[in-house]
Design a binder for this molecule. Structure first.
Ligand SMILES: [Zn+2]
Length: 711
C-alpha cells in the first residue's frame, strides 16, 4: 500500500470475566494507543476500535460459580475495563460490547451471508456430552490432555501451555469441568468453516506476501499452523449464552465466541460511524484503508487464519495489512495469572500510584515484550521513572521553565546570534519526528520511546554544557539564545511525547502555553481523568503537529508567555516499590498455602495401638543450639516423670530463648536415639504451617501440669 487514505486500528477485545492487568496494557493497548495517537498527530483519518468480548463459556462458568447471570458478569467487568482504558488514556474512538444489539445483528448477518454463499459445511458429529449436567461440553466446559504437548489441563478449544487450538474431541482423557464426569459422545449438528479450503489463499497472502513486513514471531506461528495442515473448524456451539445461530433448525445453538468476537471490530466501527455521522464501510471495505490488528500472541491463529478466512469468504472486506502481535509479559519472573492473582491490576495501580499513568505506560513500553517474552519488575519500573522520566525528561523541562520565569518573567526571550552548537542542536531536533516515525511505523515502540528519551537527553545535555545559570551573570545576550533554543526543544518534546506520555504531554503543553484556545486549556488544566473524546478531538487544533517539529522554523516564538513550573514526574522511593514487591510475595505465599496438598489419612490403627503411645505434658527448662547444626536444639524437659534431654529439629523456627519455659506435648516412651552424639529421650510434638514455620502442639491451659497424660 502506498499512502493509506485511512486507518482502521483494532485492539484485542478484552474478555469480560475480570479486570485488566499490566500484561494486557503492555501487550496490546499501549502499543495500539501509541500507534493511533501518532497517526492522528500526523494528520491521518483513524478509527481506533475495541470493545468487550462478552460471550463464550468462561463467562457462563464464572456466573454459575457466583450464582448470578452471565449478563451480570459482563455488565460488571465491561464497566471496570472501560474505566481502566479511560483512566490510562487509551484513546479509543469507540469501546463497544458484543452483547450490543448492533453486534448481534452484524454477526448474524455475517453468518447468514457465508451460509447463503455455501461457505460452511453442515455436519452431524459426535460431541462430548455430560449426562449428569445434561449438556454438551464445548470449549472450556471440558478439560483433558493436549494432544500436541501433553499438558493435562488443556481446555477443549485451546491449550494454554503450547497455544494449540483444537476441537474438544481431540483431547485425550477428557473430563467435564462442570461435574468432573467422563463425558459420553452424543450426536449434534454443527456448521464448520472449512479452513483447508482457504489454505492456498493463506499461503499466498501471508507466507509469500507478508514474509518481510510481519513480525518473525507472528509469521513463524502462522507458518507452522499452515504447515501442519488446516482442518474445518466448527463455528457454532450447543450453548445458551451467545448469539443464536440464525437458522430455523438451530435451536439451542449459538455462534462460537471466536466467530463472533472479531466481527465485534466491525460492529464497533458501525456504532462509532453512526454516532459520528460517518459511513463505516470505507473503514472495512476500501482497499486504500490500512487495517491493523493489535493482539497478544495467544490470539494469532484467530486473527491471522480464521478471521481472514471469514473475511475472504464473505468477499467484500479488506484483509489486515499487519498483525503486530506481542509476546507475553511476565511479572517478577513468573507468568501473569488471573486465577493465581499474580498480576498488577490497573485499578489497584491507580490507587497506589495516583496520576502516574504515564510512568506505567512508559515503563511498559520501554520494556515491551515485542520480540520475546519479557519481565516486568518493580525495580525496573522505579529505575525507568527515577533515572529517565525524572532525571532526564522532568529535569530538563523543569530547568527550562524555572529559568525562563526567573530571568524573563516567563516570556520567551529574543535570541541573538546562533553559535554552531545552537544550529546543530536545532537541526538534530528537526530530525527526531522522522526517526521516531520510522520506529513507530515498523511497530517498534520500545525503540521509539527510547528515541523520545534521547531528545530529552539532548536538551538536558545542551543545558548542562551551556550552563545558562552561570552565563546569566556575564553574558545576558548569549543566555537569551540558549534559553530560546532550550524552549524550542521543550516544545518539540511536548508534541512528540503525546503518543507515549499523553498526560504529561497535555500538562507540558499547558505549561508552555501551546494550547491557545481557551476551551482547550480548560481541558489541559483539568485532572488526568478528563482525557475524553473532547480532549482528543480538540487537541487536533493544537499549535503544533508532528510535522511542524521538522518543518517550522520557530516552535515557540520570542515574546510568547509561558506558565509556571509544575513537576511532571516525581521520584519513587525504595519503600514504595518494596511495598509492591511485598504485596506480590504475600500473594505467592497464599498461593503456595492454597496449593499445599493435605496428606491422605494413614492406615487405620486400633485403640490398643494408640494406647502404646505415652504422651505427656512437659515444660522446656533449658535450650541451646547443637554446635555445627542449623536445625537442632538440645532441650532439657521436665516431663513430670523426670528431667530429660530431648534433641529437637526446631532451631530454624525458634531461638533457644523463645522456647525456654514453654509448655509442650512430649512423646516420652519413644526409644532413645543418638543425634550428633547426644542421646535424645523422647519427642516434642510439632506441626508445620504451609509457610514452613513449626508450631508447638500446645497444652496451653495453665492448670495442666507436667506429667499429665494426653489421651
Ligand atoms: Zn498443548
Amino acid at each position: 500500500m502506498s499512502t493509506p487514505k485511512r486507518y482502521t486500528i483494532t485492539a484485542a477485545l478484552p474478555y469480560t470475566n475480570g479486570p485488566i492487568h499490566i500484561g494486557h496494557l503492555a501487550g496490546v493497548y499501549v502499543p495500539a494507543d501509541i500507534y493511533a495517537r501518532y497517526l492522528r498527530l500526523t494528520g491521518n483519518d483513524v478509527a481506533f476500535i475495541c470493545g468487550s468480548d462478552e460471550h463464550g463459556v468462561p463467562i457462563t462458568i464464572k456466573a454459575k460459580k457466583e450464582g448470578v447471570s452471565p449478563q451480570d458478569i459482563v455488565d460488571k467487568y465491561h464497566a471496570i475495563i472501560k474505566k481502566s482504558f479511560e483512566d490510562f488514556g487509551i484513546s479509543l474512538d469507540n469501546y463497544s460490547r458484543t452483547s450490543a444489539k448492533i453486534h448481534h445483528d452484524t454477526a448474524s448477518e455475517f453468518f447468514t451471508t457465508l451460509y447463503k454463499k455455501g461457505e460452511f459445511i453442515e455436519e452431524v458429529t459426535e460431541q462430548l456430552y455430560d449426562e449428569e449436567a445434561n449438556q454438551f461440553l464445548a470449549d472450556r466446559f471440558v478439560v483433558g490432555t493436549c494432544p500436541k504437548c501433553g499438558n493435562e489441563e488443556s481446555y477443549g478449544d485451546q491449550c494454554e501451555n503450547c497455544g494449540t487450538s483444537h476441537n474438544a474431541t481431540d483431547l485425550i482423557n477428557p473430563k467435564s469441568a462442570i461435574t468432573g464426569n467422563v463425558p459420553t459422545l452424543k450426536q449434534t449438528k454443527h456448521w464448520f468453516l472449512p479452513l483447508d479450503k482457504h489454505e492456498d489463499f493463506l499461503k499466498e497472502w501471508i507466507l509469500k506476501g507478508h514474509k518481510k513486513d510481519w513480525k518473525p514471531n507472528v509469521y513463524g506461528q502462522v507458518k507452522s499452523w499452515i504447515d501442519d495442515g488446516l482442518r474445518p473448524r466448527a463455528v457454532t456451539r450447543d450453548l445458551d449464552w451467545g448469539i443464536p445461530v440464525p437458522l430455523p433448525d438451530a435451536e439451542g445453538k449459538v455462534l462460537y465466541v471466536w466467530f463472533d468476537a472479531p466481527i465485534g471490530y466491525i460492529s464497533a466501527t458501525k456504532e462509532w460511524a453512526e454516532r459520528e455521522g460517518k459511513d463505516w464501510e470505507p473503514y472495512w471495505k476500501d482497499k486504500d484503508t490500512k487495517l491493523v490488528h493489535f493482539i497478544g500472541k495467544d490470539n494469532i491463529v484467530f486473527h491471522c487464519i480464521i478471521f481472514p478466512a471469514m473475511l475472504k469468504a464473505e468477499g467484500s472486506y479488506i484483509l489486515p495489512d499487519n498483525v503486530p502481535a506481542n509476546e507475553f509479559l511476565n511479572l517478577e519472573g513468573n507468568k501473569l495469572s488471573t486465577s493465581k492473582n499474580w498480576a498488577v491490576w490497573l485499578p489497584e495501580y491507580l490507587e497506589d500510584f495516583p496520576n502516574q499513568q504515564d510512568v506505567l505506560r512508559y515503563a511498559l513500553t520501554a520494556n515491551a515484550p515485542e520480540s520475546k517474552d519479557n519481565d516486568f519488575t518493580w525495580k525496573d519500573f522505579q529505575a525507568r521513572n527515577n533515572n529517565e522520566l525524572v532525571a532526564i525528561f522532568g529535569n530538563f523541562i523543569n530547568r527550562v521553565v524555572v529559568l525562563t520565569n526567573k530571568y524573563y518573567n516567563g516570556i520567551v526571550p529574543e535570541p541573538s546570534e546562533f553559535f554552531e552548537i545552537d544550529e546543530e542542536t536545532l537541526a538534530t531536533v528537526k530530525a527526531y519526528p522522522s526517526v521516531i516515525s520510522s520506529s513507530i511505523e515498523r511497530y517498534r515502540f520500545r525503540e521509539a520511546s527510547q528515541e523520545l528519551m534521547n531528545l530529552a537527553r539532548l536538551g538536558n545535555k545542551y543545558l548542562a554544557d551551556e550552563e545558562p545559570w552561570k552565563l546569566i551573570k556575564v553574558d545576558e545576550e548569549r543566555t537569551k539564545t540558549i534559553m530560546y533554543v532550550a524552549l524550542q526543544i521543550a516544545s518539540a518534546l511536548a508534541t512528540l511525547s503525546e503518543p507515549f506520555l499523553p498526560f504529561t504531554s497535555n500538562k507540558l503543553k499547558g505549561i508552555l502555553g501551546l494550547c491557545y484556545n481557551e476551551e482547550q486549556s480548560d481541558v489541559v488544566i483539568s485532572s488526568n481523568k478528563e482525557i475524553t473524546t473532547t480532549q482528543k478531538n480538540e487537541s487536533r487544533n493544537d499549535a503544533l503537529t508532528w510535522k511542524d517539529i521538522s518543518s517550522k522554523e520557530i516552535l515557540l516564538p520570542a515574546g510568547h508567555q509561558i506558565g509556571k513550573a509544575e513537576l511532571l514526574f516525581s521520584k519513587i522511593e525504595d519503600e514504595t516499590v518494596q511495598a509492591q514487591v511485598d504485596k506480590l510475595l504475600a500473594t505467592k505465599k497464599a498461593n503456595e498455602a492454597a496449593n499445599k496438598t493435605i496428606e491422605p489419612q494413614k492406615e487405620t490403627i486400633t485403640f490398643d495401638d494408640f494406647t502404646k503411645l505415652d504422651i505427656r505434658v512437659g515444660t522446656i527448662l533449658e535450650a541451646e543450639k547443637m554446635p555445627k547444626t542449623k536445625k537442632l536444639l538440645v532441650l532439657k524437659v521436665d516431663t513430670g516423670i523426670d528431667i530429660r534431654t530431648i534433641v529437637s529439629g526446631i532451631a530454624e523456627s525458634f531461638t533457644p530463648k523463645e522456647v525456654v519455659g514453654k509448655k509442650v506435648t512430649v512423646l516420652v516412651n519413644l526409644a532413645p536415639r543418638a543425634l550428633r552424639g547426644v542421646e535424645s529421650q523422647g519427642m516434642i510434638l510439632m506441626t508445620e504451617t504451609p509457610e514452613g514455620k513449626l508450631v508447638f502442639v500446645n497444652p496451653d491451659d495453665t492448670s495442666v501440669t507436667n506429667g499429665l497424660h494426653i489421651s
